[in-house]
Design a protein around this ligand. Sequence first.
Ligand SMILES: C[S@@+](CC[C@H](N)C(=O)[O-])C[C@H]1O[C@@H](n2cnc3c(N)ncnc32)[C@H](O)[C@@H]1O
Length: 199
Amino acid sequence: MATLEVGNRTIGFLLDTGITYSVLTSFPADVCLVVGVDGNPRYLLDNPDVVRGRSVLDIGSGCGATAIAAKMSGASRILANDIDPIAGLAITLNCELNKLDPVPILTRNILNLEQDKWELVVLGDMFYDEDLADSLHQWLKNCFWTYGTRVLIGDPGRPQFSGHNIQHQLHKVVEYSLPEPTRQENNGLTTSTVWDFRP
Ligand SMILES: C[S@@+](CC[C@H](N)C(=O)[O-])C[C@H]1O[C@@H](n2cnc3c(N)ncnc32)[C@H](O)[C@@H]1O
C-alpha cells in the first residue's frame, strides 16, 4: 500500500482493485472521523455493474474512497460531497495518487439544498450523530421518491444507525468482516454492511 504524507500525517492511499478493506485504515482521525469501516468502496469495485454508466453522488465522501471506486468502476458522472474542506483536499490527492482526473468536489452542506437528480447516491459511516441521521433519512427519502434514486448505505452497525427508524427501510446487500487492525482501531466493530435503502 502506498500512502501520501503531508507533514507527519498520512492523508492519502493508493487504491487498486486488489485492495483489502484494511487499506482504508491508513486514514487518520483528523481527515475522517473513523476509518475503513464503509463497505461501499469494496462493493463498487467488486460489482462495477452497479455504477457503470450511472451518475453517482458520494455524500460524506471523507477520503474519497467510494467516489474513487465509482470512478474506477465506470460511473458516468461523480460528485464527492463533504463539508470538511480537508476531506476535499484528501479526495483530490487520492485521485492524483490513483492516476485519475480529479472528481468534482462540493463542500457545501448538500442536506440544506434541494435534491439534484442522481441515479445512485452512496454514503458510508454517516449515521454517527442522531440529528445528522434524521436529516439524512429525510433527504434520502426525498431523493428516492422524487427521482427513483438508488441509495446504498455502508455502516458498521453504529447505535445511531441500528436504533434508527431507517432500519425498517433497509435491505442487506453484503456484509464484510472487518480485518483485525480495523477492529482494534474501531473499538468493537467487527463487520460492515452495505444496505439498499428502499423507503
Ligand atoms: C465518518 S466519516 C465517513 C467518511 C467516508 N464515507 C468513509 O466511510 O470513509 C463522515 C464524513 O461525513 C462528513 N460529513 C458530516 N456531515 C456532513 C454533511 N452534512 N454533508 C456532507 N458531509 C458530511 C464528515 O466531514 C466526514 O468526512
